[in-house]
Design a protein. Structure first.
Length: 283
């Protein structure tokens, strides 16, 4: 799987290629178009090669000068999709953690099939309040955010109602190492692992754990990701939040999830890995 952070750039490259086709179909050189639009001579080339992101006004002018006004709306929609694909954390969380948590509530509520892979953390739907508080406090401190952790924790706890209500289904695959990464201290982690055991018995939850000793020759750990039905993938990167909706990319992540799920153990075997991790906390 290619780097997910390249997806937004690839979308802008595709947009630039479409704009180049419109220009060439109109019989205009880059210099000609620049003169007509009143732009610096290099701007056309930069847009076409995704070195500069066009504005909606740029696209409107481009299409007008190329006699392709009818294509402007679709191209602007492609621009908006590319811009929304990758959002820096500082932009998403500029008003605090609570609003960032609330922003995904409609997505959680309308999704029926969740597929979640995590190589690092226990995922949100099965987190305890203490684990959530430790995680969000860490984010607040690391990113120097507004201190609204308590309100954000409550929003995340409230979102968990989807596990117990309706026909939502959660397929969760964790790396075994997730069970060994301490978050919030021994007491918090012990409570979290105990809660994970309980959550794994819910009718709406399928918990798979890829053992540390699994042969990873064919399928190795990748970045954590969430699949919402077959419509959207969310990936959390170091620098920002990536949203993927292209069918080709959704299918790629679905295939990787299936491969990781095949390597996981379930039921009693998964619970034994959790209880073993709890035992190490007491030692």
């Amino acid at each position: 799987m290619g780097s997910p952070s390249s997806s937004a750039q690839q979308a802008l490259e595709a947009l630039g290629a479409r704009l180049r086709e419109i220009r060439t179909d109109a019989g205009l050189s880059g210099r000609d178009l620049g003169k007509l639009a009143g732009w610096h001579s290099s701007k056309v080339s930069k847009i076409e090669h995704a070195k500069q992101t066009p504005s909606a006004e740029d696209i409107t002018a481009w299409c007008a000068h190329c006699g392709a006004d009818g294509q402007a709306a679709d191209l602007i929609a492609s621009l908006r999709a590319a811009e929304g694909m990758y959002v820096e954390w500082r932009r998403m969380e500029r008003t605090g953690l609570r609003l960032a948590q609330e922003s995904v509530v409609p997505l959680w509520e309308r999704t029926r099939r969740f597929r979640i892979y995590s190589p690092v953390l226990i995922p949100g739907p099965v987190q305890t309040r203490a684990y959530i508080a430790a995680r969000l406090s860490g984010l607040r401190d690391r990113r120097s955010l507004t201190d609204d952790v308590e309100a954000a924790v409550q929003v995340r706890v409230d979102k968990q109602h989807v596990i117990h209500e309706g026909d939502h289904r959660f397929a969760i695959v964790l790396e075994e190492s997730v069970l060994r990464y301490p978050v919030g201290g021994t007491e918090t982690m012990a409570g979290q692992l105990g809660h994970l055991l309980v959550a794994s018995t819910l009718p709406s939850v399928s918990l798979g754990i890829v053992p540390l000793g699994a042969d990873r020759s064919a399928t190795w750990p990748v970045e954590g990701f969430w699949m919402f039905d077959d419509e959207q993938i969310n990936v959390e990167l170091v620098s920002g939040h990536l949203t993927l909706t292209q069918p080709r990319e959704v299918a790629m992540y679905a295939d990787v999830f299936a491969q990781l799920a095949e390597q996981a153990v379930y039921g009693a075997a998964a619970r034994s890995l959790v209880t073993a991790a709890i035992a190490t906390l007491d030692s």
